[in-house]
Design a protein around this ligand. Sequence first.
Ligand code: HEC
Ligand code: HEC
Length: 276
Amino acid sequence: MRTWVKAGTGVIGTVLLLAAGAGSALIWAGNRMLAKDHGALPEIVAGGPGDPVLGARLVKVYGCAGCHGEALAGEDFYGIPAPNLRRRARELALTDFARAVRRGLRPDGTSLTWAMPSEHFAALADNEIAAVHAHLRALPAMEDGASVTLKSRLFKAAATATGEVALNAVLVRATDVGPAVAPAPGMPGWGAYFTRAACAECHNHGLGGYPGDTPALADVIQRYDWPAFQRLTTTGKTPEDQDVRMMSGVARGRLVHMTDAERRALFDYLKSLSTP
Ligand code: HEC
Ligand code: HEC
């Protein structure tokens, strides 16, 4: 009996040891990927200081507040802490801030994970990045809403090693750059510019949707006329007067802050996608 218990403990012990070994190998591999220097090229931001009033609107429309917390002071994002942007905007010079948002790279060349959707912000215009930076810097300091813990570190390392979480350094192409000044609503290029930053995160590149999750915008816009679209994008209500998963929250928290000119240009752009 005693020998059996002893043998049993031995087996369990070995299994635990192997599991711990596999776990730490994974964490070691993940940490190596996260510590890799991808070479942070200088990030050029043209123009003077940004317009904080524009920035205040953009952090809402582009959803920064959705992940970094309503107060932009940081929040847990599915196990990965989204940092306190009030603090980080003060600590990071404009060019370093722009590199983090657009390239997904820290000043030391290490990569942020795709939890920060730099892939969709890669072509944000210099004037908009500068506006967001200026707005965040003007906000009074606040305590961090989320902090990096041992648990979040281990999770991030393991998820990076298994590929569950990808690195922005791999996803963002260095050649994918934004203009000095964002196009104005209704100008050529505006629709593609705006929807990439505001819609592609959920409706996919090219706005074709993710089957079973989000609709292709060229298809679903056919259900809308202008009054119905105004209603969706300000109240979150569909033509059937219903709330829909996620989108109603996006409308009420983000799209309600579009200007009238943007709302109209967005409607016209989406309609143009479904016209053969
Ligand atoms: C879908 C969620 C999400 C959205 C939307 C988002 N972020 Fe992030 N952001 C994160 C997460 C999570 C991190 C940390 C990623 C990591 O540690 O790998 C992060 C990191 C950052 C960093 C790096 C900070 C540092 O400490 O180095 C900056 C700067 C940043 N975000 C700015 C922004 C701005 C500006 C916007 C809006 C234009 C925005 N983010 C939108 C989730 C998001
Ligand atoms: C954070 C994710 C997210 C973002 C960002 C987002 N959407 Fe959506 N959207 C969804 C989801 C999820 C649905 C599907 C809702 C359902 O029917 O379950 C949806 C559905 C829609 C619908 C169809 C609503 C209906 O009538 O059923 C329209 C139109 C739409 N989105 C437009 C947009 C536009 C335009 C943008 C950018 C300005 C955008 N969305 C940004 C998640 C998002």
